[in-house]
Design a binder for this molecule. Structure first.
Ligand SMILES: [Zn+2]
Length: 79
């Protein structure tokens, strides 16, 4: 296996495009023939999955709270 490192002349920075989604991590230059990440993978890497998971957990807890409140009659007006 030959080394896949390329050098960006603009930044004097050498990098392996396999790990930077095919482009220079500093200026975004795309070297010739570098492997590119599929579009869905680039999109998935851009997403903030921790915050999405946190909001999903919060939504789940709110729904469970509403289910429990409804089951115990806390939401009905006839006390
Ligand atoms: Zn660069």
């Amino acid at each position: 296996m030959s080394s896949a490192r390329v050098r960006c002349d603009a930044d004097a920075w050498s990098f392996d495009p396999r790990y930077t989604q095919g482009r220079c991590p500093i200026c975004g230059w795309e070297p010739e023939g570098a492997p590119r990440a599929p579009r869905w993978l680039a999109f998935a890497n851009r997403m903030d999955w921790q915050m999405i998971g946190l909001w999903a957990l919060l939504d789940t807890l709110v729904v469970l709270g509403l289910v429990v409140a409804h089951a115990t009659g806390l939401l009905s007006n006839r006390m």
